[in-house]
Write a protein that binds this ligand. Structure first.
Ligand code: FES
Ligand code: FES
Length: 214
C-alpha cells in the first residue's frame, strides 16, 4: 500500500515531503536525544561540572523543602522531581514513569499532593514543599501514616510507597476519617506495579487511625 505523505514548510520556503513512517521515527529519535541530554546534564551536575550559562543568575531561586529554605540553581524546564532528587539529594521521591501516570513522584505543595514530575520547579517559588523525608518528627518519630505502613507491612518492593504515603497524607488533611472506599479513591492517582493494593489500603487505613489517635 502506498504510504501517506505530509508536507512541511522549510525556513527558506521550499516544500519537502516526509513519509508518515519517517516522521514518527524522527519524533522517537528526538525524544531519545532529550532523555540522553537529561542524563548528561544530571551527570555533569553531580560532578560539579555544569557549565555557566548566560542568564544563569535568573535560575537561582529559594526552594522551601521540608521546612528549610535552600538556594538552588534550576533550569527553566527542570521538574520538581529532578530538583529534589538530583539537586537536593531527596531521593525518597521516586521517578516511575516521569510522565504523570504512576504517582511515584508525589509530594505535597502547600499541603496538596502533586506529581512532582509534572511541576516545573520555577513555579513553586514561595510555596512549601514536603517530601517523604520531611514527614517524620525531628526526634525521628515516624509520621502516623508511615507507622501504619510499618504496622501492616503494606508493600512488597515499596518503590511506590513514598508516593502512596504522600498522597494519603495529603488526602487525610481533607478527610481524616475516611471509609476504605473513600481512601481508595483519595489515592487512586497512584499505581503499584506489584499490585498489592489491598495490603496498601489496609496500611493507609491504619495510618489514618494512627493520625486520629495522635
Ligand atoms: S513519575 Fe511522576 S507520575 Fe510517574
Ligand atoms: S509495592 Fe512494588 S510497586 Fe508497589
Amino acid at each position: 500500500m502506498e504510504e501517506k505523505t505530509m508536507t512541511a514548510d522549510t525556513p527558506n520556503d521550499t516544500r519537502s515531503s516526509v513519509s508518515r513512517r519517517t516522521f514518527i521515527k524522527g519524533v522517537i529519535a528526538s525524544g531519545a536525544v532529550v532523555s540522553s541530554a537529561g542524563y548528561l546534564w544530571r551527570s555533569s551536575a553531580v560532578l560539579g561540572q555544569q557549565p555557566s550559562a548566560r542568564g544563569s543568575v535568573e535560575r537561582l531561586m529559594t526552594l522551601n523543602g521540608n521546612g528549610k529554605d535552600r538556594r538552588v540553581d534550576v533550569l527553566k524546564q527542570e521538574t520538581l522531581a529532578t530538583t529534589l532528587r538530583y539537586n537536593l539529594g531527596l531521593t525518597g521521591t521516586k521517578l516511575g514513569c516521569d510522565r504523570v501516570e504512576c504517582g511515584a513522584c508525589t509530594v505535597l505543595v502547600d499541603d496538596v499532593p502533586h506529581y512532582s514530575c509534572s511541576v516545573l520547579t520555577q513555579t513553586v517559588r514561595g510555596k512549601k514543599i514536603v517530601t517523604i523525608e520531611g514527614l517524620a518528627a525531628d526526634n525521628g518519630t515516624l509520621h502516623p501514616v508511615q507507622q501504619g505502613v510499618i504496622d501492616e507491612q503494606g508493600f512488597q518492593c515499596a518503590f511506590c510507597m513514598s508516593g502512596f504515603v504522600m498522597s494519603a497524607v495529603g488526602y487525610l488533611k481533607t478527610n481524616p476519617n475516611p471509609t476504605r472506599a473513600e481512601l481508595a479513591h483519595g489515592v487512586s492517582g497512584n499505581l503499584c506495579r506489584c499490585q498489592d493494593y489491598d495490603k496498601i489500603l489496609t496500611a493507609l487505613m491504619r495510618g489514618a487511625e494512627n493520625m486520629r489517635k495522635a
